[in-house]
Design a protein around this ligand. Structure first.
Ligand code: FAD
Ligand code: DLZ
Ligand code: SF4
Length: 509
């Protein structure tokens, strides 16, 4: 009997996958493929490619052990058509199969490519997420604003995580107020669990170095987990060592300490090596055992069943045109220093360097350093989106786009955020030690040595006054601006203009 093909994509490496559940291991053939269409639709960081290829190869081996017939195409295999629909067709020709089963991909781009491909593909929902498309649509229907906090409370009730009956554990839904501590001097963080590359991973690293070594990002010091058992050890390490202080220092930034108390689990969760439930249950169990404070456990769980599920809901609700939105009409090209780290702004240099080295930066670095500067300076959101999708090991459009186009760049006009995330240098100085090492002065508000964030913050508010003045959450900022001396305001705007002119001229900033 001729079976069907079961497609498993690089970020679908979960044992419990809807397409596998629908398939029959006695008759069907699993198709997995390393293809250039996926490595090159944006030029991903080599560490991300290496992580996924190593994890894919090991997943294929596990599926074979579990009794599946797996047809796995390596990047260098002769005949590789270098696209997912192409590899499905080749598999169909080789096996005689005439149809394929697939779990819905996480990017519209690939959904369309499969729908338009030569082989009929039957899609099944990606139920590795807590909230289905239909459930999110129901929640969103009729609401004037899609605020994450209300969605999150629904997910708490639905899962029973950190609940005492129908009430939130500890009496409050959200302990974010306790999660904004500036870094203490000499803050010592354990960092993520690191794994030495095994034979499969080393083979992939050699391949990726040869094929993708010239693009942005370093492959040196690769330490990611590449199989579920390792990812579970990384989770246990995080819960034991970092989670106790995760909440307190969630927003802190320290030079030379890129990871602090963060989980470093997003690449694993997004690729399917870990599930949302096991990571949340581990955090809750640690709190119930008295090993971590409530602000840490709640804060972590909110990121997973709140933010992560919410951004996915937004992506699929908003549709394929979401990534091309540009509500603020920003068109300035992304400057070279987002690729080279060659800038006098110590904060940006630090985050871009970390990103190049690790394919990682933590949330506040992404939001309040590189994202904040891009928004203040008015960089084209499509280019900013392309940058974030390329450089981070956890980036797939369903999660990256609402964070970038929505939360960070306000290019969706306020679907994700009720106001833009912008700040001057004071916030960065309070939450980091970056300014101490900077060529600019964070306390200087005007003149050539003034922190560019200080100048561009007011420049941004001033040039977008028509849009934001009526926003009650921004009224205080406009009142402060209006109270400033007129000559001072002229100097600030002139200073902002000069920074933008230097950016436009390609001069060092
Ligand atoms: P932790 O701080 O330890 O958080 C725990 C987990 O919560 C993460 O592993 C992640 O699974 C989840 N999480 C936290 N915040 C978010 C969020 N806003 N959206 C979705 N999940 C979240 N996350 C991605 O997974 N992929 C991206 O491409 C991505 N791009 C981002 C771009 C910008 C501009 C911003 C501001 C945020 C982005 N995020 C993205 C969210 C967040 O920065 C990362 O999930 C987080 O930094 C991952 O590191 P961690 O595992 O150490 O996270
Ligand atoms: C990100 C990525 C890369 C770099 N390479 C592959 C690949 O060769 N084969 C594959 O099946 N998946 C890859 N992926 C992940 C896909 O891009 C991802 O499944 C889609 O973007 C949908 O989220
Ligand atoms: Fe960044 Fe300004 Fe501080 Fe320099 S002074 S590190 S540019 S915030």
């Amino acid at each position: 009997m001729v079976g069907r093909l079961v497609l498993v994509l690089g970020d679908q490496l979960s044992d419990d996958l809807s397409a596998l559940r629908e398939g029959d291991r006695a008759t069907d053939t699993v198709v997995m493929a390393e293809v250039q269409a996926e490595t090159d639709y944006v030029l991903h960081h080599p560490k991300k490619i290496a992580f996924l290829f190593a994890a894919m190869r090991k997943h294929a081996a596990r599926l074979r052990e579990a009794g599946w017939t797996v047809r796995y195409t390596k990047l260098e295999d002769p005949g590789n058509t270098h696209s997912i629909p192409g590899e499905l067709l080749r598999a169909a020709e080789a096996t005689g199969c005439t149809e394929a089963l697939a779990t819905e991909p996480g990017e519209f781009r690939l959904i369309s490519a499969l729908e338009d491909g030569p082989l009929p593909v039957h899609f099944f929902p990606d139920d590795r997420f807590l909230c289905s498309h239909a459930e999110f649509e129901d929640w969103a229907r009729g609401r004037k604003e899609l605020r994450m906090e209300w969605f999150y409370r629904e997910m708490r009730r639905k899962t029973g995580l950190m609940m005492e009956g129908d009430k939130p554990a500890g009496g409050k839904w959200n302990y974010d107020h306790d999660n904004r501590k500036p870094p203490k001097h000499g803050l010592d963080a354990p960092g993520p669990m690191r794994f030495a590359p095994d034979e499969t991973t080393q083979e992939v690293l050699d391949l990726v170095r040869a094929r993708f070594g010239n693009r942005y990002g370093s492959l040196d010091g690769f330490w990611f987990a590449t199989e579920p058992a390792q990812a579970r050890r990384a989770l246990a390490h995080f819960v034991e060592r970092s989670l106790p202080l995760y909440g307190d220092y969630q927003d802190a930034m320290v030079r030379g300490a890129p990871f602090l108390f963060h989980a470093l689990l997003s690449p694993y969760i997004n690729a399917g090596l870990l599930g949302w439930r096991e990571v949340c249950e581990a955090a809750e169990a640690a709190w119930r055992a008295g090993d971590v404070p409530i602000n840490a456990a709640e804060g972590f769980i909110r990121q997973i069943i709140g933010w992560r599920e919410y951004v996915r809901g937004v992506y699929f609700l908003q549709g394929p045109d979401y990534t091309s939105r540009n509500a603020l009409g920003h068109h300035r090209p992304l400057p070279e220093f987002y690729w080279t780290a060659e800038t006098d702004m110590a904060c940006i240099a630090e985050v871009v360097s970390t990103t190049m080295a690790e394919a990682y930066a933590h949330h506040i670095q992404r939001l309040m350093i590189t994202g904040n500067f891009a928004l203040l300076a008015g960089f084209d959101p499509a280019q900013v989106h392309d940058w974030y999708l390329r450089v981070y090991a956890d980036a797939y459009e369903w999660v990256e786009a609402p964070n970038v186009i929505g939360m960070s760049q306000f290019a969706d006009g306020g679907v994700v955020g009720s106001k833009p995330y912008v700040s001057g240098g004071n916030y960065i100085n309070r939450m980091s030690d970056y300014c101490k090492a900077c060529a600019y002065s964070v306390s200087q508000k005007t003149g050539d040595g003034a922190c560019p964030f200080n100048l561009l913050y007011w420049h941004f508010l001033d040039r977008h006054r028509d849009r934001f003045e009526g926003n009650p959450r921004m009224a205080q900022m406009y009142r402060s601006w209006d109270r400033m001396d007129g000559d001072h305001r002229v100097e600030v705007i002139a200073g902002g203009d000069r920074i933008l002119a230097r950016l436009d001229a390609g001069e060092r900033v």
